[in-house]
Design a protein around this ligand. Structure first.
Ligand code: ZN
Length: 87
């Protein structure tokens, strides 16, 4: 399935759970935070995943892959909305 996200966004989202778990090194965290400051789609993804992780941490299970897939799908829609609005 094709996902209309930039490579940077896809890489960031792939690392998002480690980032939120505090498992990435400081340099990578800084890189992600800088991207989040400029990217609405990734900010939404981070916020959503942070809440999801908090939920799953309660139950002590890993965030399932389908949550990631769902998130990326939701982001595709989010980007389309931004494009419709114009810059
Ligand atoms: Zn992004």
């Amino acid at each position: 399935m094709q996902v209309p996200l930039s490579k940077t966004c896809q890489e960031l989202i792939a690392q998002l759970s480690d980032f939120l778990d505090g498992e990435l090194d400081a340099a990578l965290c800084e890189k992600i935070e800088r991207h989040l400051a400029t990217c609405d789609a990734c900010r939404v993804a981070t916020d959503t995943l942070r809440k999801t992780i908090a939920l799953y941490h309660d139950r002590r299970v890993a965030v399932p892959r389908e949550v990631h897939a769902h998130l990326i799908q939701a982001l595709g829609l989010e980007q389309m909305h931004s494009n419709t609005r114009g810059a």
